[in-house]
Design a protein around this ligand. Structure first.
Ligand code: GDP
Ligand code: MG
Length: 177
């Protein structure tokens, strides 16, 4: 996951948002360290992790910010959103409520972040298909209406996590180039 002496062409800040327990911290752990833990403790303190990858022969440092258990509505501060060029809006496919809260998160994001921010909607825990409460089609339709990218992921099984980050980072890359 990257040579520490590598020269960096770009740093892109991406924020993770969404209700508590949807899997934001595990998505980040999977992307940044290729790790997953079943008994992840609630995150304490604002935190980010980085991973450097190569996009079109340029090295891009992705700086991914994770909420610090501030998932209550309006508890995430504007400092969290400052300078963000991408956002991952995460819900849990087994918890309908976490999807129903997405419009609020989107509203908050659009209120605080840059208006050109690239947003991807993520339905996490796709490994729990037998407990699914949010049809893929509902989320897809919402994403299309709002102009968001959309993917279902499993941090547990490492499904689509890499693709989700690559989708958003490549789009950001194309905007700045
Ligand atoms: P956060 O509050 O949004 O940061 O959520 P966490 O990353 O702490 O995850 C909450 C719980 O869901 C933990 O018990 C995780 O192990 C579990 N979890 C996270 N991602 C997945 C996933 O893709 N599949 C399954 N089955 N469980 C997951
Ligand atoms: Mg967390």
């Amino acid at each position: 996951y990257g040579d520490p002496n590598q020269k960096i062409d770009y740093v892109f800040k991406v924020v993770l948002i969404g209700d508590s327990a949807v899997g934001k911290s595990q998505i980040l752990a999977r992307f940044a360290r290729n790790e997953f833990s079943l008994d992840s403790k609630a995150t304490i303190g604002v935190e980010f992790q980085t991973r450097t990858l190569v996009i079109e022969h340029k090295s891009v440092k992705a700086q991914i910010w994770d909420t610090a258990g501030q998932e209550r509505y309006r508890a995430v501060t504007s400092a969290y959103y400052r300078g963000a060029v991408g956002a991952m809006l995460v819900y849990d496919i087994t918890k309908r409520q976490t999807f129903d809260h997405i419009p609020r998160w989107l509203e908050e994001l659009r209120g605080h972040a840059d208006k050109n921010i690239v947003i991807i909607l993520i339905g996490n825990k796709s490994d729990l298909e037998n407990q699914r409460a949010v049809p893929t089609e509902d989320a897809k339709e919402f994403a299309e209406k709002e102009g968001l990218f959309f993917l279902e992921t499993s941090a547990l099984e490492a499904t689509n996590v890499e693709t989700a980050f690559l989708t958003i980072l490549t789009e950001i890359f194309n905007i700045v180039n």
